[in-house]
Design a protein around this ligand. Structure first.
Ligand code: AMP
Ligand code: MG
Length: 351
């Protein structure tokens, strides 16, 4: 299959014919790569079980890992949910449209193929204009996981989507680089106490400020218990990983720099190609084959935005071993470290 990449502008007039083309593809059961404010999505008709099956196949994703349903209008919630609790209404008023996914008990309209067999459904309303135009042109209910091949870093540009999906889908809508760069915050609203399943740019403090008590799923970093079973099924799978072997090095900043330089020197002697994920402030301190700044510690959103793209760069530049600083920055730190620790397969070196 030939994969076309076409530019969209976020202007309904200019995008009309592209959205018509995309909408037709979705209604005929095909998949389209789309920009959102978080990361690029691999979109299919959420109410068509065959589209969901195609999404799992194109990503190489295990089919018990549920998909998020994207809507463009709040009124679309009614058809796919069994009930919307009062605290969910508060979060919707505060954060939709935006990077917040809420999990509800589902109605019979959502096929089990879309929800990985669960009797709940995860729903998000993106704020990105192109995503909203696309959802409306495509029937209003779009299943859209991140557009990367399963296990790889998420896509923050249309080029990344093409890297992973070339030949597998007919169309990628290019909306330029995404604004946020990390996937949405996910909160399960289907139980008695709301529960954070995946951290994102909307932080736990922002949620608690609106609705009070919010639990944190044990599978999220720092509170992992050996016997805990993650409620967000995706969390048990390998995630976000570059091809090179990634280690996080944490501790006193000066010691981190000297430990990473020491390891790079010794890896280099063995003929291995080394890469470092640094901050803007420390990038000149490293001696490795590849040094990439993820962003400035004074600007946490820049780190969120660049993380996946820098991990993909390490693949393009053939790094065998990659060492990363810890990015436990205020605000976005929990979400950034959640992705980085998974990308590293939990390999952390403490100095
Ligand atoms: P992605 O599409 O790659 O952003 O990942 C979607 C993630 O959303 C899944 O891996 C789950 O962790 C979560 N998710 C989707 N639907 C549900 C659901 N019904 N219940 C709990 N978590 C869900
Ligand atoms: Mg994903």
């Amino acid at each position: 299959m030939d994969t076309k990449v076409k530019k969209a502008f976020g202007d309904p007039e200019r995008d009309r014919s592209l959205m018509e083309e995309a909408g037709k593809l979705i209604k005929s059961g095909e998949l389209v790569g789309i920009p959102t404010e978080t990361v690029y999505g691999l979109a299919g008709d959420a109410l068509n079980p065959e589209s969901s099956a195609k999404i799992y196949a194109a990503k190489g994703r295990p089919s018990d890992n549920p998909l998020i349903v994207h809507i463009a209008e709040k009124s679309a919630l009614k058809k796919i949910t069994a009930s919307v609790p009062e605290k969910a209404e508060i979060l919707i008023d505060a954060f939709w449209p935006g990077p917040l996914t809420l999990v509800f008990r589902r109605s019979g309209a959502v096929p089990k193929e879309t929800t990985g067999g669960l009797d709940t459904v995860a729903v998000r309303m993106p704020v990105n204009d192109i995503a909203r135009e696309f959802i409306l042109a495509s029937g209003g209910y779009i299943a859209a996981p991140s557009a990367n091949s399963s296990g790889r870093p998420s896509c923050t540009t249309a080029e990344h989507v093409l890297e992973d999906m070339r030949g597998k889908i007919p169309l990628i809508i290019d909306g330029g680089e995404v604004g946020i760069g990390l996937e949405s915050t996910i909160v399960d609203m289907s139980g008695d106490i709301p529960c954070l399943l995946r951290p994102g740019i909307i932080s736990i403090d922002m949620l608690r400020e609106k609705i009070g008590e919010v639990d944190i799923d044990p599978s999220i970093e720092g509170v992992m218990d050996e016997n805990a079973r993650p409620k967000a099924p995706g969390m048990k799978y390998k995630h976000y990983a570059p091809r090179g072997e990634l280690y996080i090095v944490k501790g006193d900043p000066e010691q981190v720099i000297s430990e990473i330089n020491k390891r790079c020197a010794s890896d280099g002697e063995k003929g291995l190609r080394t890469g470092v994920l640094s901050s803007e402030e420390t990038k000149d301190r490293y001696r490795a084959d590849i040094v990439e700044s993820v962003g400035s510690r004074k600007d946490p959103p820049s780190i969120a935005k660049n993380l996946f793209s820098v991990l993909r760069d390490m693949d393009r530049k053939d790094a065998d071993l990659i060492y990363s600083e810890e990015f436990d920055v205020p605000g976005a730190g929990m979400a950034i470290m959640n992705r980085l620790v998974r990308a590293a397969g939990h390999k952390i070196i403490e100095v």
